[in-house]
Design a protein around this ligand. Sequence first.
Ligand code: ATP
Ligand code: MG
Length: 281
Amino acid sequence: MLKHSEQLELPIADPYFFLPRMVIDHLERIEKLSSRHPVNVLVTGKQGCGKSTLVRQFAAHYNRPMSTFQVGLLSEPGQLFGDERLRNGETFYQEFLFPKAITTPKCVIHLEEINRPEHPKALNELYSVLSEDRSIWIDELGLVKVAEGVVFFASLNEGAEFTGLDPLDAALQDRFYTIQMEYLPWEAEKQVLMLKAGVSEEQADNILRVVTALRENPQQSVAVSTRHSLMIAELMAVGAGLKESTIFSLQVSKDALESVLVSLHFELGDFSGSSDTYELF
Ligand SMILES: Nc1ncnc2c1ncn2[C@@H]1O[C@H](COP(=O)(O)OP(=O)(O)OP(=O)(O)O)[C@@H](O)[C@H]1O
Ligand SMILES: [Mg+2]
């Protein structure tokens, strides 16, 4: 039988994760605060802007075990704690990882998509562990108490905020510190592309010229996440040209992309790869 802490992951630090100084300082204060009482932090931001990585990095940096739960998948109350199972014709209660995680001292608990449970009542039991009493009675388990030093991170994709209609939403939100993640500024994103994907400085600058033009395109702004710019860089690192890397990474039409490239004075003739000739694969 594994001990609880052995089932929980000790994440490995991302050596190339950039955050604003202010956020790094804030995380240090969260670490200190958590020795007084458990703390809740809500991380908001667009898709692929580093929310999950921030949570992992916090756990790795402070050497904490970590566990992630998809709140968006919860379809009925009670689902986080355990359920009835059948073995050799007899039913027994199978305890899940969530009660183990919250009773593990210093555990980092990442609640993904907290705004989108499939069943609205599924948040009720979370509410108990996130609010001041920090404990919940589960018939099969008894009183489950949040351990010392636990930090809850909830993440939320921007644009999909709490509805505000359900009083539970407001009450939940009231109990969180908030970190708003933004996409990185040019120089930092350039470092990420060079360090993580291994592209040259010139390649990174070119990717960012295209990506920035797409993000700022007045006609039809394309949300290009850091994850996406990294995907483009990775394709280039294995030999693809800028145009094909972009086409295969983003859902952007060839025409829209070509007009962006032309407006940036890239020579289209330089781009390899043709979609006009068909060959056997
Ligand atoms: N600030 C950053 N520094 C370095 N890498 C970053 C940064 N932000 C994002 N990345 C990289 O971009 C990718 C996506 O990041 P991550 O999965 O953390 O985003 P997310 O906000 O959780 O996305 P989603 O909204 O899809 O859950 C990862 O490979 C991550 O390492
Ligand atoms: Mg994520």
